[in-house]
Design a protein around this ligand. Structure first.
Ligand code: ADE
Length: 599
């Protein structure tokens, strides 16, 4: 694949026809008449005609002489025309997959997404990844990519995948727009060679570097900006966003299922009189239950309700990300030469479109998709059901073992869940029976085991603050790709693990010998092929079931995904063992399983 600068390169014939249409010498494919264009370049609301030829906008103005026999004339009087929304920071694998995500969000006006490559990058080699990206590039909605620079879990061997030669190859693809998010930003600040080299390569190839620095001080932000980080989405107060803007970074304001911070951020930035020209907004990998309210359209609505004037709000999801990623010659506004990604809105302050055009094709009407999207043969990319048998695995493998078998108690570093994803370390003295920690009668405590997918090891931990009455649960949707088993009853946990393998991956809850909930995720154990509307219902049911068993947090899927991620405080399950994140100290090593899970 060649590295064109344009996302959608155009040939001589197409270019000439575009120019001729603009001059009124060639009939347009569409003439959209009399709509009120939200001109994100000038801030004007201008009644005008828009001519579309092929994938592109040819003309914006008062003429209508480019109507020919085959021109579709669209009466847009009374409607507002807005550029397609750009989601600058998506994680297209939160039970949905890139195609089902596109199928849903294009109906809501999002026509470009810059996506996290982590899961796909870890699943396949570079040639396969390039082929997959190429295949996805045939969708009318643009799937662009961020190339991660770290695996987001503590594992030396996984780090090798991010070597500078590989990153350089990826960055040469036009659809890769940046490196990041840098969850391992401490490595940049500490000057680790591989991180420095990868960031330098991004700069040489003209790609952005995206940070991930929650709670960063002004000094740390200075270090990151000096290191080339040009945007960050981790602000949770207006002051934090301003700190980033002052240093020349873009501030990406987030409203996700995990961090729904947008209204506060907008209000506080407005009260400081901040300039929004370097502000973007993101849904940041929202999980399905929260998508009931929409996607970029929903957070635009919140931004307006928080006081951001509509045109300014639309810019944060159109022109600003287009400029940031160096794509404003093709995206982000309604103007000649831009791709014809055009949203038809009934009201200026209602960002949910009634009709959507992407690259000069109608793709949605009244919230329904009008086109069928091609689905990649996922198995060709090693995105296959989770395989393995649990023969030989026993309930005891899911329970922490102590070294000193004769002792009757032991101090254990347990993980306490303070919110959906932050854990705190609590050392607790617990009874030991036959060499294993026994939590019988310890209210609120459950076992938490990370089982290596290849059956080689298990990391045994204990968790509090998750759910008091959960017998057994297993899931394959974890950041490391290993299997997480949770519960107070190791027999029920094992049953859930067995069923999860039978399903080829996914999430299972077991109670009183029954599997009472199942969510199959056969695409690599992390994604479903089911339409997003189905996942919204299914995951909402899951949340209700867990809530009835004492789960009080609000974003369960992220809790499960991140229990093995080491970019978040404070103590987690990792492939190396139970780990203290800050000093990367293994508090309790993994146990070998002796290949109990046979593949
Ligand atoms: N860092 C991350 N990794 C994977 N999914 C995410 N969703 C939001 N942040 C994420």
């Amino acid at each position: 694949m060649q590295n064109y600068h344009k996302l959608r390169p155009i040939n001589r014939d197409e270019l000439y026809k575009l120019i001729a249409t603009a001059r009124g010498k060639e009939p347009a494919d569409f003439l959209i008449k009399g709509g009120t264009v939200i001109n994100v370049y000038t801030g004007e609301l201008m009644v005008a005609n828009v001519a579309v030829k092929g994938r592109h906008i040819a003309y914006l103005g008062n003429d209508d002489c480019m109507v020919g026999e085959n021109t579709e004339v669209v009466d847009a009087a009374g409607q507002y025309l807005c550029p397609g929304y750009i989601e600058p920071h998506a994680h297209p694998f939160q039970t949905y997959n890139p195609v089902t995500l596109v199928e849903k969000v294009m109906t809501l006006g999002t026509t470009t997404l810059v996506c996290d490559n982590l899961f796909f990058f870890m699943a396949m080699n570079d040639e396969e990844l390039a082929k997959l990206w190429q295949e996805l590039a045939t969708l009318p909605v643009k799937l662009l990519w961020s190339a991660r620079l770290d695996p987001q879990t503590f594992s030396r061997s996984r780090m090798e995948r991010f070597d500078p030669q590989t990153i350089k190859r990826l960055l040469n693809f036009v659809m890769v727009r940046q490196v990041g998010e840098l969850t391992d930003w401490p490595s940049l600040v500490a000057g680790r060679e591989q991180m420095l080299d990868n960031v330098i390569t991004a700069g040489r190839i003209g790609k952005r570097v995206e940070g991930h620095a929650p709670g960063a001080s002004v000094r740390t932000l200075n270090a990151l900006a000096a290191g080339g980080v040009s945007a960050d989405h981790e602000s949770i107060t207006g002051e934090e966003a301003l700190r980033r803007l002052r240093l020349g970074m873009y501030a990406t304001l987030r409203h996700s299922s995990l961090r729904p911070d947008l209204p506060r951020l907008v209000k506080e930035l407005l009260s400081e009189g901040a300039n929004f020209s370097r502000v973007m907004i993101t849904t940041d990998g929202v999980t399905p239950p929260s998508m009931r309210h929409g996607f970029t359209d929903a957070i635009l609505r919140l931004a307006m309700q928080a006081g951001l004037p509509p045109v300014e709000a639309y810019r944060t999801a159109t022109l600003n990300p287009a400029v940031y990623y160096g794509m404003d010659d093709e995206l982000g506004g309604i103007g000649p030469g831009r791709l014809a990604d055009i949203l038809f809105l009934n009201k200026l302050d209602n960002p949910t479109p009634v009709k959507v055009m992407a690259e000069g094709r109608w793709v949605a009407d009244g919230g329904r998709p009008l086109i069928k999207l091609p689905v990649p043969a996922w198995q060709d990319y090693h995105i296959t059901p989770v395989t393995g048998t649990t023969a030989g695995l026993t309930p005891r493998d899911l329970v922490p073992k102590v070294r000193e078998t004769k002792s009757t108690t032991a101090f254990f570093p347990l993980m306490h869940l303070a919110n959906p994803v932050i854990t705190r370390q609590r050392d607790m003295e617990l009874p030991v029976r036959n060499g294993f920690i026994d939590i019988t009668g310890q209210k609120g405590l459950i076992y938490a085991a990370l089982l290596n997918r290849d059956g080689e090891w298990v990391t045994n931990g204990l968790l509090s603050g998750f759910a008091d009455n959960l017998e057994g649960m297993a899931c394959s949707n974890t950041i490391t790709g290993d299997i997480l088993a949770l519960g107070y009853d190791p027999f029920a946990m094992l049953q859930a693990v067995v069923r999860m393998y039978d399903m080829g991956g996914g999430l299972v809850i077991t109670e009183k010998g029954q599997n009472i909930f199942e969510l199959p995720l056969p695409l690599g154990g992390i994604m479903s092929p089911a339409p997003l509307d189905e996942l919204i219902d299914r995951c909402s049911t899951l949340y209700e079931i867990l809530a009835k068993r004492g789960h009080t947090h609000y974003d369960l899927l992220y809790t499960l995904l991140f229990l093995s991620a080491t970019h978040l405080p404070e103590i987690r399950l990792s492939p190396g063992g139970v780990i203290s994140v800050k000093d990367k100290k293994i508090l309790l090593p993994t146990r070998k399983l002796g290949n109990n899970i046979q593949l």
